[in-house]
Ligand binder design. Structure first.
Ligand code: HEC
Ligand code: HEC
Length: 477
């Protein structure tokens, strides 16, 4: 029934005028509230500590970032650079580190393949997409527990893991420190953290039959002895170095690591987001909304794991907490490895990594990768099952509420949820952190508009943005 105001007005004109004024006043207040709520929703979502609320698109609290110093490469790193790009160090003679980690793609693969072929004829494939090599300069060795970084003490990872087997999972909410002291796997290199230093890591692609495929360390040493820059080793490592194959390979791998740590191209921090943090760029309305949703612990909660804030001492965020999680991403049936229905890549508990095979509470867990330069990648997650950021966002949004949109149906007609992890380990899959804390039938954590805006924000993490020379002035549009 329509709301008919005139019938409510009394006959007495004074009283009527007074009531009319009150009524008009109420309408005024009401429309202000509505207008404010609308503006608030369109431009500046609810204010919390970790939300950017300036509608002009500038950062209301610019920070001074502690960026790595740009200095000339040491002689060892210069040698490492030659090694990194040298295809003569592979069995095929056609592949170098840069073939899968291209400097012009944020050290991601230069092509859209899910898996990069390698081996003597570049015909062999593994089953994980390459990770970016950028922003590893602060990566600590693999550890379990809050005490990352004590490299000297040998740790019994299995004893540590077993002692925390029944601890409740630490909840990860964007913008708040974990409630309990987190005893979690963290740090390390590779999707399963199995290499501790860049030096030790570099041996692996050199000898991996699906990558550079050298038969042995001696084989690598022989190739090093025939490089055009062979004369560079003795001045750096002593005259006997070329006669000691083991030491020669060890120093070469060390040099590659130094190149990855020293060369500014591995950690340029030249994204639009970095410029915005420093008050030297304006985010568009979509990017700003995306950032706020990314940081919102109730909605996307991306920053719960992909950290987005500078540290207290000004270190720029790397968009990873370097911890491991089981997200239960769908099986990638296009991988040759997955042709065998009994084959599962379970990350921390194997099969590539061997030392934590008995710690089944970690089965299915993989590294949280950085999201810097993420849109320069074409295969997402540890099995490369997705190829667009929209697909990734749909996974986060729909995994719990409409699993039939994410997983295929099994032979029994039922939705095969978590179909890339054996049922015994489904309990490891994260169902407590937003946006995974929803249930079938719940409203999604994100609308289509939210998803587009978060993707717009992710684009601001691409390096190569040219910031304004001075802190940006507030915009008028
Ligand atoms: C055929 C492609 C290929 C080549 C060649 C290759 N890699 Fe990789 N790289 C990968 C893949 C795949 C991964 C992820 C493997 C995994 O997690 O098990 C990876 C991971 C890495 C990582 C770990 C990054 C992280 O975020 O943890 C580093 C470091 C690395 N590679 C360095 C190198 C170096 C140095 C070379 C040359 C000596 C090299 N790679 C050659 C494919 C390649
Ligand atoms: C609970 C921790 C957690 C939360 C919350 C989270 N992520 Fe992730 N993210 C991960 C882990 C772990 C992986 C790798 C999982 C795997 O490969 O199995 C990942 C992978 C990704 C990837 C693929 C990157 C690549 O290089 O393959 C993207 C993109 C991504 N996350 C974006 C987001 C966005 C956007 C949000 C918010 C909607 C989000 N993540 C929320 C932990 C998290």
């Amino acid at each position: 029934m329509p709301f008919r105001t005139h019938t409510l007005l009394p006959r007495d004109s004074h009283q009527r005028d007074r009531l009319l004024k009150i009524f008009l006043c109420l309408i005024c207040v009401f429309s202000c509230v509505v207008a404010y709520a609308f503006v608030d929703q369109a431009h500046t979502p609810a204010q919390t500590d970790n939300q950017a609320t300036d509608t002009s698109g500038t950062n209301p609290h610019p920070v001074r970032l502690e960026l790595p110093r740009v200095e000339p490469l040491s002689a060892v790193a210069q040698l490492g650079k030659l090694l990194f790009f040298d295809t003569s160090l592979s069995a095929s003679g056609k592949q170098s580190c840069a073939s899968c980690h291209s400097p012009t793609h944020g050290y991601n693969p230069p092509n859209a393949l899910t898996i990069q072929p390698g081996g003597p004829e570049l015909k062999n494939v593994g089953y994980r997409p390459p990770l970016s090599l950028a922003y590893l300069y602060r990566q600590l060795p693999f550890s379990i527990g809050p005490d990352a970084g004590d490299v000297e003490t040998p740790v019994n990872l299995n004893a540590l893991a077993a002692s925390t087997r029944n601890d409740p999972k630490a909840k990860k909410s964007a913008g708040t420190a974990p409630t309990a002291l987190a005893i979690v796997p963290q740090g390390g290199l590779f999707w399963d953290g199995r290499a501790d230093s860049l030096q030790r890591q570099a041996y692996i692609p050199m000898l991996n039959p699906v990558e550079m495929a050298n038969a042995s360390e001696a084989d690598v040493a022989r190739k090093l002895q025939h490089t055009r820059y062979v004369q560079s080793f003795a001045p750096l490592f002593g005259p006997a170095i070329l006669d000691d194959p083991q030491q020669l390979v060890s120093e070469a791998m060390f040099a590659i690591g130094r190149f990855e740590v020293e060369d500014p191209s591995f950690h340029p921090f030249t994204s639009k987001y970095d410029a915005w943090l420093q008050g030297r760029a304006r985010l568009t309305v979509a990017e700003l909304r995306g950032l706020n949703l990314f940081n919102d612990p109730e909605k996307a909660n991306c920053a719960g794991c992909h950290l987005s804030q500078p540290s207290r001492d000004g270190l720029p965020p790397l968009f990873t907490d370097t911890q491991y999680e089981a997200l239960g991403v769908p099986r990638n049936t296009s991988l040759p490895f997955n042709k065998n229905p009994l084959a599962f890549d379970l990350g921390l508990c194997g099969p590539v990594r061997k030392d934590l095979a008995n710690q089944t509470q970690y089965c299915g867990m993989f590294l949280t990768p950085t999201l810097r330069n993420v849109d320069r990648r074409s295969a997402f997650f540890h099995n490369g099952v997705y190829h667009t950021l929209k697909q990734v966002m749909d996974f986060y949004n729909l995994r719990n509420i409409t699993p039939d949109r994410i997983y295929p149906r099994g032979a029994d007609g039922k939705v095969a949820q978590y179909n890339d992890i054996p049922a015994a380990y489904w309990g490891n899959v994260d169902t407590s952190d937003a946006p995974f804390n929803r249930h079938v039938g719940d409203a999604p954590a994100m609308t289509e508009q939210d998803i587009n805006d978060i993707i717009a924000f992710l684009h601001t993490l691409d390096d190569g943005y040219t910031p304004s020379p001075q802190p940006a002035l507030p915009a008028h549009s």
